[in-house]
Write a protein that binds this ligand. Structure first.
Ligand SMILES: [Mg+2]
Length: 330
């Protein structure tokens, strides 16, 4: 997005051509406005009857809102985390991964986790939910043994379970000192999530598939969650993410944003109830881990710092991303 003063703001989101079409449909709402009127622009873009309260519509709103904050930071010559509150410059960050891959096996999983610990990780996350519960418990057991007792271990089911299976998994994994159990059930199954939370002793984390502060209000008032994982690319951009974090603060719930370390390092660094950042090293996810940007976000001994460059401080590596271009608009 370009301003009349020649500042370019960079917003990005998953969703391909469908999201792009919605972004373009919002052009008339945004063009000609002052980016500092981000609250006004957000409320003009958010049209529940037309654009949709959840899903692709709000992702398009998010993308534009992120670009607005990049513009504001560049215009003010300040990094976004300072515009938002500048709470800290040092963030604990866990390494995400532990994906299922055909050729990986238990040995590959152990190798990956040990590599993470060698990088200085003090917390790691692995996937569960694709295999039988007893097989996944075995995977958790070997990872716990490999990383030792001092590294935090999170498990992420990506909505794989029914509530009763999730409760069985939660209880089974208690023996391996699991720090949080992420997305145990379908994102719309709030009663099921509440049952899981009540019947297990592990922290429940969720929210990467939740949208706007209204959605998070339901998670919080229903006492279903210990940690929320809002993603500013999905939940309504930086403007709405900050409101969600503030809402969680009054429930004394901590925030651990989902993915996108280049964006969320700024957001997590701006709030008082931040818990930990999700970090993808280049070997786990080459594109999101760094290739799509001209700059790299270093991981140092379990911590990450938001860049002190103006705006978000990450520009698209256009040469690299050219191979994925689906259309170009002015
Ligand atoms: Mg997840």
């Amino acid at each position: 997005m370009k301003t009349d003063e020649g500042i370019t703001g960079f917003g990005w989101v998953r969703g391909g051509a469908d999201v792009l079409a919605t972004v373009l449909s919002l052009k008339d709402v945004v063009v000609g406005r002052d980016p500092y009127e981000y609250e006004k622009i957000w409320s003009l873009m958010y049209r529940p009857k037309i654009t949709g309260r959840k899903g692709l519509g709000i992702r398009a709103v998010s993308c534009i809102d992120i670009a607005l904050w990049d513009i504001m930071g560049k215009a003010a010559r300040q990094p976004v985390y300072k515009l938002l509150g500048g709470y800290t410059q040092k963030l604990p960050a866990y390494i995400a991964g532990g994906y299922y891959e055909d050729s990986k096996g238990i040995e590959g999983l152990i190798e990956e986790m040990l590599k993470n610990v060698d990088m200085g990780a003090k917390a790691v996350k692995m996937k569960i939910g694709k295999l039988l519960i007893k097989e996944d418990l075995k995977r958790i057991e070997v990872v716990r043994k490999a990383i030792g007792p001092d590294v935090k271990l999170m498990i992420d089911a990506n909505n794989a379970y029914t509530p009763s299976d999730a409760i069985e998994m939660a209880r089974g994994s208690e023996a391996y000192d699991v720090y949080w159990f992420e997305e145990p059930v379908h994102p719309d199954d709030l009663p099921g999530l509440k049952r899981v939370a009540q019947k297990s002793n592990i922290r429940i984390a969720t929210g990467e598939n939740e949208y706007t502060a209204f959605g998070f209000r339901e998670l919080l008032i229903n006492d279903t969650v210990d940690v929320i994982n809002p993603d500013a690319h999905y939940c309504g951009g930086i403007t709405e993410w900050k409101k969600i974090a503030d809402l969680a603060r009054v429930f004394n719930v901590q925030v651990a944003p989902h993915g996108s370390q280049q964006l969320h390092c700024h957001l997590l660094a701006s709030i008082s109830n931040g818990l930990i950042l999700e970090y993808y090293p280049p070997n786990t996810n080459p594109i999101l881990g760094g290739q799509m940007f001209e700059e790299f976000l270093p991981y140092e001994n379990g911590f990450v710092s938001p860049p002190d460059r103006p705006g978000l401080g990450f520009e698209l590596n256009r040469d690299f991303m050219k191979q994925y271009l689906i259309s170009q608009v002015s």
